[in-house]
Structures are given as structure tokens and as C-alpha cells.
Design a protein around this ligand. Structure first.
Ligand SMILES: [Zn+2]
Length: 319
């Protein structure tokens, strides 16, 4: 009997505990639902931007009226003497101002899966080729969705040519000099130092002996498109060797020469920077243009959120 009674009281205890847990849970749900405009979790991927830009503040709150997350982006301005806050909406990683929310289809998502691997033309299927032709058609480049500039303009104060040029600094880089946005001065100097320390290695000697130019800031849009080039922000770097080793370096120039099959140009016929340079850039948050479908083998740009997104997708393959 005593054993039975003990079992019963244990059961009662468990049941009471369960009821209490359920009640608390219901209370919690009701409580949350009772609060208008409650702050639920932030957009799942906003943390990637917070980590990628640690000197920028991202404060989010849900805007019931707009039906989207409003994010206040606060960034230091000229020499850090004052800050500026810009209000942008998440819009599935597009960071749009309120008036552009209705036009979200005109903008690309800022997060896309960047690959470190060069697509191999000999493995392209017919469908791949149709997609490549569509993506690179003059019509799509002129009128397709563009890179949303608003978050970058908020972070880097690059909304106008005048405000941008106040942020441009000239630094020594790989035996040359280059104009870049001052916010990437520190990572650029670290890359240069690391690669210069390796300059005597046989693997890097041909690169240094043929290095002709390093180009950074230039106020312009991406060729044939309405997108503002990363060069316009001072966040892109072109590295050009003399004569390109008789290889091709940019898809657009090859398309002019071979309009029908430029995309089949073998990887071995494209000039490629040393692997160590690509790695050094990636470690500092820069992507290389050589793995894009519209390959641009001279080009690097500062996109720490894309490096972080790639790592996130690799660690969360089922999301
Ligand atoms: Zn470039």
C-alpha cells in the first residue's frame, strides 16, 4: 500500500508540475499576444550584419503598419566626431527606405550564397547556359533588379559623390598606392603586410614582377547597369598585371570578342591572382570576382556579410 501511495503522490507531483508548466506557458503566450507591437525575435539573419559591422549599431523594432522590421542603422561619420542614424526596413535583407518598400522587386537581396569555387564551364548544362545568357543579357543588365545601395550609404556616408570623396584615403598597397574608403584602411593594410611578407616566395614572384596597377575608388556605375559600382564607394580593388599574361581577365571584354561563347572560356585561359592573395582578402571580409558567373578576375570587394553568410549556411545546411 505504502509503495502504491508513494507512486500516486509522485504521479500527482508530476501532474501538478505539468499543469503548472502548461499554465505558465499559456500565460506567457497570452501575455505576449496581449502586447501590441511586441518585440518578437529580430529578423533571423540580422545578426550577420551586426557581426560583420561591429562599429555600426543596428536597432530593430517591428513596424506593424509597414508589416516589416524597421532597423535604425547608426554609424560614425567623419573622423568619428559625430554619428548619423538612418531608418531602413529589413525587406528580406534588402535594407530599403520606407518609400522603396513597394518597389522591393527592383532590388536584389543583399545576402546571396557567395562561392569560393570557380564554376567549371565544361560542366554547364543547357539550363545553366540559358540562365547565364538571360542573366547577362543587355536587357537584364539595363532593367533587372539592382544592388540596394541604402545600407552601404548609411554605413559609409556614400550617398553623394561629395560625401564619399571626404572619406577616401590614399594608402600604400602591394608596392603601389590606392585610393580607398577609410573604413577599410586597416584590413587593406593587414592584407598588404601579409602578402608583402610572402613576396619572395617562388609562388608569388611572377605576380609581383608583373604587377602593373592597383585601382580603388572611382565614381561610376557597374557597366551597362543602374547599380552603383563598389568602386564608387571606395570598397572595391582591381589588381592588374602587365599584359594579363596573354590571358583574359574580365567577362565583359571577352563577350565583346566572343559574343556567342564567352561563358565557355576555360578557367585556365583566365588570369587568376595568387591563391594566397585571394585567401588573405577573404580573411579580411573581401570576396573575389573570379567566381562570379560574370567573372571579373581583377576585382575584390569588401562584403564581410557575404563571408559570414556563407559560413552560416555551411553550419546550418537545412535552413
Ligand atoms: Zn573592379
Amino acid at each position: 500500500m505504502a509503495a502504491g501511495k508513494g507512486r500516486m503522490s509522485r504521479l500527482l507531483k508530476i501532474t501538478r508540475k505539468n499543469i503548472l508548466t502548461c499554465a505558465l506557458l499559456i500565460l506567457a503566450i497570452c501575455d505576449l499576444n496581449a502586447l501590441p507591437g511586441r518585440k518578437a525575435d529580430e529578423p533571423e539573419l540580422l545578426f550577420l550584419f551586426k557581426n560583420a559591422y561591429p562599429d555600426v549599431e543596428f536597432n530593430s523594432k517591428y513596424d506593424m503598419e509597414a508589416g516589416d522590421w524597421l532597423i535604425k542603422v547608426t554609424s560614425a561619420r567623419l573622423n568619428g566626431t559625430h554619428t548619423k542614424t538612418t531608418e531602413l526596413y529589413w525587406s528580406d535583407s534588402r535594407f530599403l527606405p520606407r518609400e522603396e518598400l513597394k518597389n522591393s522587386e527592383n532590388y536584389r537581396k543583399m545576402l546571396y550564397l557567395y562561392s569560393f569555387k570557380i564554376p567549371e564551364p565544361s560542366e554547364f548544362t543547357e539550363d545553366d547556359i540559358i540562365r547565364i545568357k538571360q542573366f547577362t543579357s543587355t536587357e537584364n543588365r539595363r532593367n533587372g533588379a539592382i544592388e540596394p545601395p541604402f545600407l552601404y550609404d548609411a554605413i559609409y556616408d556614400t550617398g553623394t559623390r561629395e560625401s564619399t570623396e571626404q572619406q577616401i584615403v590614399k594608402i600604400d598597397f602591394l608596392t603601389k598606392s590606392i585610393n580607398i574608403h577609410k573604413k577599410i584602411e586597416a584590413p587593406m593594410k593587414r592584407i598588404s603586410k601579409k602578402i608583402m611578407a610572402l613576396s619572395k616566395q617562388p609562388e608569388l614572384q611572377p605576380f609581383f614582377s608583373t604587377l602593373s596597377r592597383t585601382d580603388g575608388y572611382a565614381w561610376r556605375s557597374v557597366r551597362d547597369t543602374k547599380s552603383k559600382s563598389f568602386h564608387s564607394l571606395g570598397l572595391a580593388i582591381d589588381i592588374l598585371p602587365r599584359g594579363y599574361y596573354q590571358k583574359v581577365i574580365y567577362w565583359g571584354w571577352q563577350k565583346q570578342l566572343r559574343p556567342d561563347d564567352w561563358y565557355l572560356t576555360p578557367v585556365s585561359k583566365r588570369w587568376t591572382p595568387p591563391e594566397k592573395l585571394i585567401e588573405a582578402f577573404a580573411e579580411e571580409g573581401f570576396i573575389w570576382g573570379g567566381t562570379w558567373i560574370v567573372w571579373d578576375n581583377m576585382h575584390f570587394e569588401y562584403r564581410p556579410e557575404l563571408i559570414a553568410y556563407k559560413e552560416y549556411c555551411e553550419n546550418n545546411p537545412h535552413r
